[in-house]
Design a protein around this ligand. Structure first.
Ligand code: PHE
Length: 342
């Protein structure tokens, strides 16, 4: 029996050396270890062996079986690696660092302006905050002094989720969380996509961008607000921009304003763009209402602050002379790839 085992072992070594593909190795595995394989056959013969010899023979066959198994596994791995290398060699190779021959992507005009405005505010000591587009009723309305059934909600119908949360209608929705996160004093801007249930036309979209800014400290007044807005706008448009405030109502500011800028087209003389008034409406703002500061955990005896809600989409349209807001969400590469920063 010992000789038979040894012979089988030698013939396996010979066969294995000849096997050159994973298919051939697999055939070999079947012919030695399969149900009718020669090693399996030997194991079957064990039952005919009697007495003390049985144990030694069994050990011999099992050793052969393990040997065949491990040799086949090793050869299979070797061939798999070789076959993989050959497949890689055969396919086309890409140099991922090569400049594309296709048209390169470009930044969306809103992204360009958003980054520019962020940089300007950062240089004036503001932190840039990010905040969820899905918010609670409390964040979007209640904490902003807009209780349930307040008429101000009529202007901001939006998309509701079954759990009662909603898509934010304005960036002011993040004020409360940011005040709670940092406390006072605080300077922060927080851009976001906003949503309203709106019939779309050339100047209305259901999806648009705003950038909110708040500054809270001791002795903050409207003059601080005017200073920061004027500096930022003059940077964005690269020329001196005059601003004026008109009264405006928002429940979360008191007093509240609409900030207008001198018309970019005529410089203030009056033209069709500014409807002959010399002014363009750009940014609602005001002094943060004490109820809103209190809801944000800020001591109203010590601190005051301003807030503004810059219409980022509107600013982009003004800066680039875009006439139809729908172009911005159109996904049209021909339209969108025309924009570059500065
Ligand atoms: N959140 C207001 C809106 O979108 C704008 C606003 C922001 C007004 C901050 C005042 C202060 O209508």
């Amino acid at each position: 029996m010992k000789e038979i085992i040894e012979k089988l072992r030698q013939s396996f070594i010979g066969d294995l050396a000849k096997a050159d593909s994973s298919a051939q190795v697999n055939e070999l595995r079947i012919s030695y270890l399969g149900k009718k394989g020669s090693v399996t056959d030997l194991l079957k013969q064990l039952k005919d062996i009697k007495g003390s010899e049985k144990k030694t023979v069994a050990e011999g066959i099992n050793a052969l079986k393990s040997f065949v198994e491990s040799e086949i596994a090793a050869k299979t791995a070797l061939i798999a690696k070789r076959e993989e290398d050959a497949a890689i060699e055969a396919t086309e190779r890409y140099d991922v660092t090569m400049p594309s021959a296709e048209r390169l992507g470009s930044l969306h005009p809103v992204t360009i302006i958003q980054r520019e405005v962020e940089e300007i505010f950062e240089s004036m000591g503001f932190t840039i905050e990010d905040y969820s587009e899905i918010v609670t009723d409390y964040q979007c309305f209640e904490s902003l002094n807009i209780p349930k059934h307040h008429p101000a909600r009529d202007m901001q119908d939006t998309y509701y989720i079954e759990n009662g949360q909603l898509l934010k209608t304005h960036t002011s929705a993040a004020q409360n969380a940011i005040m709670r996160k940092y406390g006072a004093p605080l300077r922060a801007v927080f851009p976001s996509r906003c949503f309203r249930n709106e019939a779309t036309d050339a100047s209305h979209e259901n999806t648009f961008f705003q950038m909110e800014g708040i500054m809270i400290d001791e002795n903050i007044s409207i003059s601080n607000l005017i200073y920061f807005m004027k500096s930022m706008l003059s940077e964005v448009f690269r020329k001196d921009i005059n601003v004026r405030l008109r009264p405006g109502f928002f429940p979360f500011v008191e007093p509240g304003f609409e900030l207008d800028i001198s018309c970019l087209i005529c410089g203030g003389d009056g033209c069709p763009t500014c409807k002959q008034s010399g002014w363009l409406e750009l940014c609602p703002c005001g002094m943060i209402h004490p109820n809103v500061l209190t809801a944000g955990g800020i001591d109203t005896e010590k601190y005051t602050g301003f807030a503004f809600g810059l219409g980022l989409t509107r600013l982009v349209m003004m800066k680039y002379g875009i006439k139809d807001i729908r172009m911005l969400n159109s996904g049209s590469l021909d339209a969108l790839s025309q924009f570059t920063s500065k």
